[in-house]
Each structure stands twice: as structure tokens, then as C-alpha cells.
Design a protein around this ligand. Structure first.
Ligand SMILES: [Zn+2]
Ligand SMILES: [Zn+2]
Length: 344
């Protein structure tokens, strides 16, 4: 089968022929319907010089961690999964630590390896995943659900972290309306009454945000703080979701957050923020997140299956995966790009 494989660090992956993998004990083989592509795939290919310490990645590895498809076969001893079951793949915890017991498999310190993050990923015709990572689907095509597992779930989890602050009359800023940010605008619109202010460097992204329900948009420039203060009558906002994570976006967030507000930095822009006395208004919190829980993914999938959120997706065949990544790198993808194996 064809697979898009990272052979060495700081080098783009290559489309090569490899055998169809066999599922081991505790694993299933998935026929891939679609795989969403992500900024972190670009970090794997262009920025990292070795495996990020929390992932233990050995090369070569097939890229792709946003997977939707169908169960094709079960590994030895695996029961409870029927062949043909439509599903998506998410993070899998160890199942027996405190975080897993609390339902926070995404914060488990002993996560299982999953496709695209240690195991061979979903930019291929087939992939193998641990059963703990499988979430069955009901009323949505698997390729459409694929981007819910990372772009969607990371956004949903960030919204859930601040949701108690987003009462009637409140306001929230979404910085970066790309794959994750556009999901966040839709989720916010679906679950809370807060006024949504979108910030991006691209007019096209702001137009998308407005389309999906944002109340206003601001181009990211030296007037952004002023615009947000005007929009909130000088009060500032209850929450900021930063999907960029650059020094400039964290600093913007700190300038518009209210006392007791919450800034969630989701983007991996490798920015720095100096925390010192009065770096934030009193009582304000700044936190980071990683993905979201399996239960949150189920709830998000329910929103998508009910048609309440409709992610903006563009499809590319696997034979054009390199072109899709170039577009992502150049900021030319609106919403999320999903790669499908030619023929599936
Ligand atoms: Zn990702
Ligand atoms: Zn655990």
C-alpha cells in the first residue's frame, strides 16, 4: 500500500510502498477513509531534530494522527469490534492511573502509542491502532469525522476549560482561525451565549469566522487590543483561546483578559510569556492543554452528527499529499484539509 513516511528528521516525508500492517494483540487494523493534516505534522517534518521527549518516535514513521475509517480486522484476542464499523482514532491512556480514572486519558503520563504519534499514522491506505483509541461513529462519514479527533477535540477541550466563565453578556477571543480555531468558533456558538471575537492575520480566515458565527473579527495588528477593548466597552474578555501560541499572541491575550479571566494556550507556536507580578490582571489564569478526553470527543462527535457543527473541509487524494502540506505551510488552507487514499 501507499504510505507517506517520515524517513529522517528535518526532511519532508515521502510517499512510498509498504506492506499492509498486521494488528497485534490489543490492536485493530483500520481501513483509512480520511486523515486530517495538522501543523504538528509540519513540526515533525521541518522543526524537530529528534523525537519530542513525550512521544518516543522512532523513524521511519508514517505521518498522520487525525484518522477516520472502518475496522478492517482485529488483532489476536480482540473482541467487541465488528468488521466494517465506522470509527475515529483518539489518544489512549494507560487505563489505570488517576488521570485515566478521572476520564482525562489525554493527560495520562503513560499514554499508549497511537497512529502518527509513535505508531505508523493515517496518511496511508491502512493503519493499526490500539482498541483503547477507537471511538465508534454513528451518523457521519468517517472522513468527515477525522478532523474532529485533533483539530476539533483540542478546540472543544479548550472551550470546556473556560465554559463556566462564558455567561450571557460575556465575551471570548479566538486567536487563529485555522483548523483548530474555526472548530472553536463553531463549538462556542453551539454551547454558550458569549460574544465571539475572532483574531487572525488573514482576511479570508476572519470571513470564515464570521460565516461560522463569530460576532466580529479583527485583523491581527497594532490596533487589535484597542478593537477588542472597544468591542467590550473597555471591560476586556472573560476568556481567550490562543490557537497560535506565539509570544505576540500570548501578550495580546494578557492585554485583553479581565480579572478572573482564563487564557488557554492551545497552539504550539513555541512563544514565550514572562510571568511576573501583574503580568496578568488579578485572578486571571493562563494554562496550556493537550488534546481532549475520549468523552469530550464523543460529545463533539454528537454535535457533528446532529449537524450542529459543520467543519469546513477540503479533500485531497493521498497522491497529492505533498501539495496539501505545502498549502498548509503557506497558510492557504481554509478550515482543515483531509487526505483520502486514492481509491478508498
Ligand atoms: Zn495535530
Ligand atoms: Zn493513565
Amino acid at each position: 500500500m501507499k504510505a507517506y513516511r517520515l524517513m529522517q528528521w528535518k526532511t519532508p516525508a515521502r510517499l512510498v510502498d509498504v506492506p499492509i500492517p498486521e494488528p497485534g494483540p490489543g490492536q485493530v487494523l483500520i481501513k483509512v477513509a480520511g486523515n486530517g493534516i495538522c501543523q504538528s505534522d509540519l513540526h515533525f517534518m521541518y522543526d524537530w531534530e529528534a523525537s519530542p521527549p513525550h512521544l518516543d518516535i522512532r523513524l521511519p514513521m508514517t505521518v498522520g494522527h487525525e484518522i477516520g475509517g472502518w475496522i478492517e480486522a482485529c488483532g489476536p484476542g480482540v473482541t467487541g469490534f465488528e468488521t466494517g464499523l465506522p470509527c475515529v482514532v483518539t489518544l489512549a491512556g494507560c487505563g489505570h492511573c488517576e488521570y485515566c480514572a478521572a476520564g482525562w486519558n489525554n493527560y495520562c503520563p503513560n499514554k499508549l502509542k497511537v497512529p502518527g504519534m509513535g505508531l505508523d499514522g493515517g496518511l496511508a491506505e491502512y493503519t493499526v491502532a490500539p482498541t483503547a483509541s477507537i471511538v465508534p461513529l454513528e451518523a457521519i462519514e468517517p472522513w468527515r469525522a477525522a478532523p474532529l479527533t485533533d483539530a476539533g477535540l483540542s478546540a472543544y477541550h479548550a472551550v470546556r476549560r473556560v465554559q463556566s466563565l462564558l455567561t450571557p453578556g460575556s465575551a471570548v477571543v479566538v486567536i487563529g482561525v485555522g483548523g483548530l480555531g474555526h472548530m472553536a468558533v463553531m463549538v462556542l456558538k453551539a454551547v454558550c451565549p458569549a460574544r465571539i471575537i475572532a483574531v487572525d492575520t488573514s482576511k479570508q480566515a476572519l470571513a470564515l469566522a464570521r460565516d461560522l458565527g463569530a460576532d466580529c473579527g479583527s485583523l491581527s495588528d497594532e490596533t487589535t487590543v484597542e478593537t477588542i477593548q472597544e468591542e467590550t466597552h473597555g471591560r476586556g474578555v472573560e476568556a481567550v483561546l490562543d490557537f497560535v501560541g506565539a509570544g505576540a499572541t500570548m501578550s495580546l491575550a494578557a492585554q485583553v483578559i479581565r480579572p478572573l479571566g482564563h487564557i488557554v494556550v492551545v497552539g504550539r507556536g513555541r512563544g514565550a510569556f514572562e510571568f511576573k507580578d501583574r503580568a496578568l490582571p488579578y485572578g486571571a489564569i493562563m494554562s496550556t492543554t493537550f488534546g481532549g478526553s475520549k468523552l469530550e470527543l464523543m460529545r463533539l462527535a454528537a454535535l457533528a452528527q446532529a449537524g450542529i457543527i459543520r467543519p469546513r473541509l477540503t479533500r485531497y487524494p493521498l497522491s497529492e499529499v505533498q501539495t496539501a502540506f505545502e498549502k498548509l505551510r503557506n497558510g492557504e488552507i481554509v478550515g482543515r484539509a483531509v487526505i483520502f487514499p486514492d481509491g478508498h
